[in-house]
Design a protein around this ligand. Sequence first.
Ligand code: MN
Length: 486
Amino acid sequence: MIPSLQPIYNNLRGLYNNQEFKIIEEAFLFAENKHSGQKRKSGEDYILHPLRVAIEVSKLKLDLSSVSAALLHDILEDTNTSSEELKDKFGEEVLFLVESLSHLNRLKHKANYKNKTIGRLENLRNLILSSAKDIRVILIKIIDRLDNMKALWALSPEKQVENAEETLEIFAPICRRLGFNFLGQQLEEMSFPYVYPKDFAEIKNRVNNYYYEIDKYLDEARDELANFLKQKRSKFIEIQFRKKTFFSIYKKYKKEGDFNKIYDIIALRVIVDTVADCYTTLGLVHQLWLPLPNRLKDYISLPKVNGYQAIHTTVLTNNNQIVEVQIETDLMHKNNEYGIASHWLYNLNKDTKSYTKRQNVSGLSILFKSLKNIDFQNTNSGDLYNLLVKDLLAEQIFVVTPKGDVIDLKAGSTPIDFAYKIHTSIGNNCKMAKVNHQLVTLNHKLQSGDIVEIITDRKQKPNKKWLEFAKMAGTKEKIRKELQKL
Ligand code: MN
């Protein structure tokens, strides 16, 4: 093993017992062998990248198949390995994950979004989201992107901007949409300097010194609050402090138009056990420090639309610093960072029950309310994925033309719908269709992520039977119109 690999390898090994690690090690040795001699643009040995992705995937508590898939995620594209070989060695589940990841990359490369209108971006996000089929695929893809963003410096300036834009416009919003706020925030922060260099420089200029000086002060404020809570015999799990990321400041500045209106640049975050503890803690914070008027927000009783829950108050500390204090339970904290997937990721089923019991109904987020009966322990990653993108998949599917345009169709659509959606003449002359390079019949049901190609023939004319194949009203109308002319 190359020396630089050893500590990272040990890191992964340390996360598992011997029996579990046997499975992972097999994937590792296979990947190490297949990638041997390959270097990344940064100059490091290629295997370091999948190894780091596997470690982060492990930390998210994903299953062993996901960790193996993380180790093998670039194997199909970058080495001479066949799907059969993967299936023989690692089984169908690992193959499914690795193939799905490769398919996402193919789609992404195909659907380049040169004309970056808002609609096209939304379509591309939907395409990726609806093609993944399993929440583990999305999570591994995001972790992969995070690691690639860390090596952005090694690319050409054009590639840097291109990748950062894609991260900011496609992958970060996908994270936000699924409630993976913690990951989305990291992606945003890493892309920001490349996509909006001037705004980044301005915010950094304004905030950097302040952030540098504020550390010592926040430490003191945290100790002061911790001591006060202990003195009052009020229980808390921990007090963190958080500085707003540069990109969040940028977003808020765009909204408010004034830096002085951003009150939550620095915040103390108090994590407690129960909802009752949240309100007790709020009272004590206001005893210790002077609250600013009209700054109290109870997102426990009235959660934000995205499900976020906490109490926010802004105070003037004894050192005359304005600080926001955020109070939340441990479960709210996980929910805020990882969305409903946190209940699945961290196997919180046992706690989930007490979570629902402990909170009054009005305190449940809108999102959580509809999902509170889910048994997360017995929900597999495919089902969880369906739940998260249900609203999207129920109505629409997203497919790609050979040229890379993303086309949205009604769920249940066939190649006939696709052909007419591209152009009436293509519909009228539609002879055959290929889906993912395989010939299919014209009544074939398309799925999100399919690459669809229509073979036309000028002699071909619409057929009455097509009306049975067509799913969309618009398609039927065009076929009827054409039939009348014949
Ligand atoms: Mn990769």
